[in-house]
Design a protein around this ligand. Structure first.
Ligand SMILES: *Cc1c(COP(=O)(O)O)cnc(C)c1O
Length: 849
């Protein structure tokens, strides 16, 4: 091809339709059905072929089609009404935020994430973490919360997946033309791209900045593929989660440090900084550097930075957390760690983990006063997992809270269900999405209607599956008659069960196949047809994950599973939408408690589907006994094999004895099962209002962003007066703490016959004052690491003993007779602490036994 020149013939966009081009750049259209209808009406097949990318649609639409629409009054009317809706959305002043926080004028969240899944036309996400980030940004926009996102623009994105004729995953890396993606390059007045740089050893790396717009939320994406950079630096933003440790650390330096610089360059002054997972944690160092450069001491800078930082962890196992060894850290920080006002060891301690590596999670946890997991169970697991950072603090009091993940409902509800809700819940149901009372009305939807709409979505899934399986099989040279046999009996009358997610081994994609004979019987009943759909990518480096794909592929191509089990290629947002809205049952069987939250199951109920899941992640909270089914026991296993065996036995049992019979039950000649409809309604009613990002983002706002914002303001006023005081106070505490101790005067007898336990203690405070501490009795049922206490009772200061020693006393009420344990503790206390254990210090009474 070297003697050919490339040209693109573009149609001329008529004046009447010019507006559409600019409109394409705000991904608002991706969650608004009227806007999508507009594009679909422009070119129905093309819209599908360009994978719902309006820029490509406008690029490839024929002149004829353009001209027809430009002269079609009906189309122009439709366009006007979409533009009106859009303009109204963008300029509203009566959002939830406006009404709840009218006084918060300089409030702005900077939300950092390595991936953002807003829409499939901007492929900068791999899975759950990115979709969550995208959904977070959309809800922030809907609710009017001022928020900007920061991420990276990957030239090759995450990979596209094909499955070959032997079940091998093939990883395809398309090189995207950013001109065809609805993102805009940030330029200066002269039209030149604006750039930031970061220092890497011996060189500068520059990045230009793209803006992805999701309603009111701007997301800035860094891109190093520019001329100024060395070839090895140009590929820094090539792939999401590609490359080795060195690639990872440089990407994270760019995201964290470069991200802060990009926001500064664009004139943003965020008041709260949210790290979505540890990838962006270097941002805290950049923020410290800015303050130290202004002449502030590290400790004061740390106080300011940590007061306004939020860290959300997503991984319940330590191996899943990024950590770099000391040599690598030396390589990348030797030239700059002094800028933080620290010596090497103190700097390194900010992130040092139990393996002596520099952990991004440890850094984030030490430098953010607000940390959270993503479900109640994951909060507990995280407190246990990171208890080393808060030595001696009871696990239940470790300052890691939780905000359970949700989904952006408008993104994930199908068009058909949206219409149904318009009819029965009212046109404004979407703005009242997190109102549980409104969802009670679901009970008014006639069973027949609900079933019909659901069947339409099942048929859509059938169509998509047929097309995709045909494409795959043709490419792989599978004989036509085999493909035909697989697809000929695929109809919406069968019970559809979906399983789609990353093929990480802990998700146990092959649990269903543990007893293949039993599964065979299950899918061979002609009266009660059951069909399973699988989809998901395995990370290119994850061999075990890929072998699971292969195993399922082979089963799906073999008798008697042909036509009963399908594995679909290239799981992404498009396929996810068809699956979550086209199945009856969403199957999820991770190895508990490894699913931090999971969100795919949350997309299903709003579309009338039902969850069948291990009691892990969000489902621990979501399951109410009537809205779905569970798999296995909510307990912990020491042995994986036993866990798999018990869980799979339970999975088959529930399918055979509960799910399949209930689905196929028919009475009064209805074409549906009444019990099933009842469960569908319960699923919709109970899950939808709670597991939405509207509820989630409000939780972040009320419980994390707002306190952080106010705390930082408090510390900042009067030239950081309070911050400096707090730092001085903390230094005083650290200095004195080694000599603080507490002993009991006349210890309580081992056997007592009263429910009022009198306790008197002698407390040595050394140089500290009684105002600097709280002295508390900590009463537990039986001492277990993560048990919440029965009570914590503050003792009162009774008198000063000798120099530095005080007597504290009080009464502890015991709820009822039984065996208990107690201890007395001293902890630092100051009214300006954001969290009682922010200092990490505590002193327990020595119990001599
Ligand atoms: C929702 C979604 C996920 C998250 O799925 P989990 O089961 O929660 O891991 C991953 N990938 C895509 C494409 C999704 O839409």
């Amino acid at each position: 091809m070297k003697n050919f020149r490339r040209i693109t013939v573009q149609s001329f966009v008529p004046e009447e339709l010019q507006e559409l081009k600019e409109f394409s750049y705000n991904l608002w259209w991706s969650w608004k059905p009227n806007a999508q209808k507009l594009f679909r009406t422009l070119g129905d097949e093309l819209w599908y072929d360009v994978e719902h990318n309006p820029l490509k649609l406008l690029k490839y639409l024929s002149q004829n089609q353009f001209n027809t629409k430009a002269n079609d009054p009906e189309f122009l009317d439709m366009m006007k009404s979409v533009m009106d809706e859009f303009n109204h959305y963008m300029s509203r002043k009566d959002t939830w935020f406006d009404e709840t926080y009218p006084e918060k004028e300089d409030f702005l969240v900077a939300y950092f994430s390595a991936e953002f899944g807003i829409h499939e036309s901007v492929p900068v996400y791999s899975g759950g973490l990115g979709i969550l980030a995208g959904d977070h940004c959309k809800s922030a926009s809907d609710l009017g919360i001022p928020l900007v996102g920061v991420g990276m623009m990957y030239k090759q994105g995450y990979f596209n997946q094909q499955i070959d004729g032997d079940g091998n995953q093939e990883n395809m890396y398309p090189s995207y033309d950013f001109g065809e993606i609805p993102i805009l390059l940030i330029r200066d007045e002269k039209g030149n791209p604006r750039k930031i740089f970061i220092n890497l050893p011996g060189r500068k790396v520059y990045a230009q900045i793209w803006r992805m717009q999701a309603g009111r939320t701007s997301i800035y994406l860094l891109d190093t593929d520019i001329q100024e950079n060395l070839p090895e630096d140009r590929i820094l933003t090539s792939q999401l989660y590609g490359g080795d440790h060195e690639m990872r650390i440089t990407q994270e330096l760019l995201l964290g440090i470069g991200g802060v610089r990009a926001l500064r360059l664009l004139g943003y002054k965020p008041s709260v900084w949210h790290m979505n997972e540890g990838h962006s944690a270097f941002l805290v160092l950049e923020r410290v550097r800015e303050l130290v450069e202004e002449g502030m001491a590290f400790d004061v800078a740390k106080e300011i930075v940590s007061s306004s930082s939020i860290f959300t962890t997503h991984t319940p196992v330590s191996a899943g957390h990024d950590a770099f060894d000391e040599a690598l850290m030396h390589k990348y920080f030797d030239h700059c760690f002094q800028n933080y006002g620290l010596d090497w060891n103190t700097f390194y301690m900010l992130g040092r983990d139990v393996n002596k590596n520099f952990s991004m999670t440890v850094l984030a946890m030490k430098m953010a006063k607000s940390c959270n997991g993503v479900s109640r169970l994951h909060g507990e697991v995280s407190r246990r997992l990171w208890s080393d950072i808060w030595k001696d603090i009871p696990v239940s009091e470790i300052p890691i809270s939780h905000v359970t993940n949700g989904i952006h409902t408008e993104t994930w509800v199908s068009r058909e269900f949206r219409k149904l809700y318009n009819e029965y819940l009212g046109d404004d149901w979407i703005v009242r999405i997190d109102n549980p009372e409104m969802w009670e009305t679901v009970n008014d939807i006639p069973a027949g209607r609900l079933w019909d709409v659901h069947k339409i979505r099942k048929q859509r899934l059938v169509d998509v599956v047929k097309q995709r399986i045909r494409n795959r099989d043709q490419r792989n040279g599978v004989p036509q008659y085999i493909t035909d046999r697989a697809l000929e009996n695929l109809t919406p009358d069968a019970l559809f069960i979906g399983f789609a997610r990353r093929f990480a081994t802990y998700k146990r994609a092959t649990l269903l196949f543990r007893d293949i004979e039993r599964l065979k019987r299950l899918v061979s009943n002609r009266e009660k047809p059951v069909v399973f759909f699988f989809a998901g990518k395995a990370h290119p480096a994850d061999r075990p994950g890929q072998s699971l794909i292969k195993e399922i592929y082979h089963i799906s191509m073999s008798e008697p599973f042909l036509g009963k089990i399908f594995i679909l290629e290239n799981y992404n947002m498009t396929l996810a939408r068809y699956l979550v809205s086209g199945v009856d049952i969403w199957l999820n069987n991770p190895r508990r408690p490894r699913e931090a939250s999971g969100t795919s199951g949350e997309k299903v109920p709003v579309n009338g589907g039902i969850n069948f899941s291990v009691l892990d992640g969000w489902w621990v909270e979501g399951f109410n006994g009537k809205n779905g089914w569970t798999i296995g026991e909510p307990k912990e296993y020491a042995n994986n094999d036993i866990q798999d065996s018990e869980d799979s036995a339970n999975l088959y049992y529930t399918l055979e004895n509960a799910i399949i019979p209930e689905y196929f039950e028919r009475s009064n000649g209805d074409p549906y099962s009444e019990a099933w409809i009842r469960r569908m309604k319960e699923s919709i009613r109970s899950v939808t209002p709670v597991y939405s990002t509207h509820r989630m983002v409000k939780d972040y706002m009320n419980n994390l962003y707002k306190p952080a914002f106010e705390h930082k303001q408090l510390l900042t006023v009067n030239n950081y007066k309070k911050a400096k005081e707090l730092v001085e106070w903390k230094q005083k505490i650290v200095h004195a703490w080694k000599d603080v101790w507490v002993t009991e005067i006349n210890p309580v007898e081992e056997f007592i016959n009263t429910l009022h336990m009198q306790i008197t203690c002698d407390v040595m405070l050394d140089g500290l004052n009684p105002e600097d501490v709280k002295v508390e009795v900590y009463l537990v049922r039986e001492y277990q690491e993560d048990q919440a206490p029965v009570s914590v009772v503050e003792l009162k200061l009774k008198k000063k003993n000798t120099e530095g020693r005080y007597v504290y006393a009080g009464t502890v009420e015991i709820p009822k007779a039984g065996t208990y344990s107690y201890n007395v503790r001293v902890r630092p206390w100051h009214k300006d602490l954001l969290h009682p254990f922010e200092t990490g210090m505590i002193r327990w009474m020595q119990i001599v036994s």
